[in-house]
Ligand binder design. Sequence first.
Ligand code: NDP
Length: 281
Amino acid sequence: MAQIIDGNRIARSIRSQIRRQAKQLGLTPGLAVVQIGSDPSSTIYVNHKEKDCHRVNFYSEVHRLPADINQNDVLDLIAGLNQSDKIDGIITQMPTPEHIDGQTVINAIKPGKDVDALGTISQGNLLIGRHQIAPCTPTGIIRLIDEIGVKVEGKRAVCLGRSTLVGKPIGLLLMERQATITYCHSRTVDLTAETSQADILVVAAGRPQMITAEMIKPGAVVIDVGINRVGTELVGDVDFEAVSAVAGAITPVPGGVGPMTRAILLENTLKLAVENRSPAS
Ligand code: NDP
């Protein structure tokens, strides 16, 4: 049976460290969350972010904007947050309503406050290996892998999914750690042939339980990023029961990658606060 990687436990320990570190530094980092519209899942995620800030004694602002708001008004709000001394990190909850271009809103966040590192400049810095922070979900995945003591160097890593949010950046971060990377996506011809070679398999497709035991190399580390609502349940992209019998280590859904994404958002906010408030900056 695979080792189950407990994201909740690791995230708790990261939060304690953050709380301690901020206190030692005498800092109250500030996070601003912008939600446009009232998509129920987004509302849950935004509420979590607010609660997480309270847990580590960060300052937080949540801006809940109506779905029909004009894009320029959103950009004006971001411009104000860019100037605010209380705010070190700004994040816009995705997806945005159709008439708002999500990437334009993200790009309006100044790079020094782009806490999820999804703006064009932050992504470019990641690509050339000059990043101070990286997107929260992939950073959380690397921490999970580190936490179980798996050496990434020389391993074959397969990323299923190529989004800018998860798939592309996790490939870059694993390659930075000297893994050999394969990206798979909806046009990959023989998915099983690819995934069954993976020492580390990261699945971010958004397809409930699409990864079955036959697709796994025995002993592999399987990271399930997917969050799919099936009836009243949340399930991942991996058939957890069957794959646990073959894999060496596996993340559960819920309780794997999700809590890590939240913890790294706090960690990135602290890093930006240290950077923004240092006398030299
Ligand atoms: P996207 O929809 O942006 O990307 C999905 C990727 O999976 C695409 O590259 C797509 O290929 C590929 N794909 C979809 N279906 C298949 C298939 N049948 N075979 C092979 N490849 C496929 O999703 P995200 O990256 O934003 O999110 C992925 C999942 O992760 C979602 O369930 C999301 O909710 C979850 N998520 C979880 C987070 C967490 O903290 N746990 C954070 C962020 C996301 P193509 O490019 O060809 O279309």
